[in-house]
Ligand binder design. Structure first.
Ligand SMILES: Nc1ncnc2c1ncn2[C@@H]1O[C@H](COP(=O)(O)OP(=O)(O)OP(=O)(O)O)[C@@H](O)[C@H]1O
Ligand SMILES: [Mg+2]
Length: 326
């Protein structure tokens, strides 16, 4: 246990926002615990300090200081591969990206580079954005999300210059760089607007990707592959195709998402039939809604009837979207 003095020091450093002092007191506590033979606790405390330090370092190098505020959002995700529900073969391809990153030095000795330019293609809510977070979480790298729609609307006329700045950071600050909703620049060049801005932007993007020799992972995600130019596909080391979940994946997703709230009388097979046609995101939402309703009704578990009602609500939302053409 921390001593009274250490607790006071922790409180003081917290109120004075002195994080280095805060970490050093925690490390003192860890050392004390190790001496008492509480090795696991000491190890955990040191791990937490390491992680917190890394996160504050990332905040220091975060892009806003480099004139990219509002264009690049930096986070440090905790997501793990196990949380992503995908088919086994698909998982293997993500594992390959992780393994190659971790052993990039070995590959480099043989003149090879790790696969790190990855295009994610698939319908909404199937886990593309989540995959980028998983890659960052597994590799303990910051996730820098480039707001592509802002890049091409707000910065029209200076988009290429902004892209150059972004790729400069890709080079200097190792991380996972996600160009989300990427079709906004990937739009086929022939559909260009009158000023030809998008063509120039796409050309510079292709060039930047091609020239990039950094260690960072560059991930581009789109749910609109037919809008993408063929020249783009060739620039990526891997193109991963996402799909709506099959019955087995829907069952796994429901089981994961409900966790302890799952009633043991619930037939997952039956639930998965009612989830047919919904995305992972919709199924997750339906599970969360069902859990919330159970909690508010003071029930300990989610019944199959409640979950089916929530899944049907998601189906109806689709019907509205179809009718209104959105
Ligand atoms: N394969 C998956 N496994 C587990 N959960 C998932 C999966 N896909 C989506 N989810 C859940 O749905 C949410 C939304 O998914 P995500 O934002 O990754 O979808 P997306 O493919 O990026 O969609 P969009 O094309 O609309 O951007 C996630 O935060 C997660 O909770
Ligand atoms: Mg997304």
């Amino acid at each position: 246990m921390a001593t009274a003095e250490q607790l006071k020091a922790l409180l003081r450093s917290h109120t004075e926002q002195d994080s280095e002092r805060f970490f050093s007191v925690v490390l003192q506590v860890a050392a004390h615990e190790a001496k008492q033979g509480h090795g696991t606790l000491a190890h955990e405390l040191r791990g937490l300090v390491d992680k917190a330090r890394r996160q504050s370092e990332f905040r220091i190098v975060a892009p806003p200081s480099r004139d990219l505020a509002g264009l690049v959002v930096t986070t440090t995700p905790d997501e793990r591969l196990g949380e992503l529900v995908v088919a086994g073969s698909f998982r293997d391809r993500l594992v390959r990206v992780l393994v190659e990153f971790r052993q990039k030095a070995k590959l480099r000795q043989h003149g090879l580079s790790h696969r790190r330019k990855i295009l994610l293609v698939g319908p909404p809510g199937t886990g593309k954005t989540m995959t980028a977070a998983v890659l960052a979480g597994e590799l303990q790298l910051p996730l820098c999300t480039i707001l592509v729609d802002k890049l091409v609307t707000k910065f029209m006329g200076e988009t290429s210059a902004k892209l150059r700045q972004i790729f400069d950071i890709v080079q200097t600050d190792c991380g996972v760089y996600l160009f989300d909703e990427f079709d906004a620049i990937g739009t086929e060049r022939s559909r260009d607007n009158d000023v030809g801005e998008m063509r120039r932007v796409l050309n510079s993007f292709l060039q930047f990707i091609e020239q990039d020799q950094s260690d960072s992972l560059i991930v581009a995600a789109t749910n609109n592959p037919q809008m993408l130019d063929h020249a783009l596909f060739r620039r990526f080391d891997d193109v991963l195709q996402y799909d709506l979940p099959g019955p087995e994946e829907a069952m796994r997703l429901v089981a994961n998402r409900l966790g302890p709230f799952r009633s043991n009388r619930m037939s997952l097979a039956n639930v998965s039939k009612h989830a047919h046609g919904l995305s992972h995101g919709d199924i997750s939402r339906a599970c969360d809604d069902a859990v919330k309703e159970a909690i508010l009704d003071n029930r300990k578990v989610v019944s199959a009837t409640l979950l089916l009602r929530m899944l049907n609500e998601r189906h109806s939302a689709y019907a509205v979207r179809r009718e209104t053409g959105r």
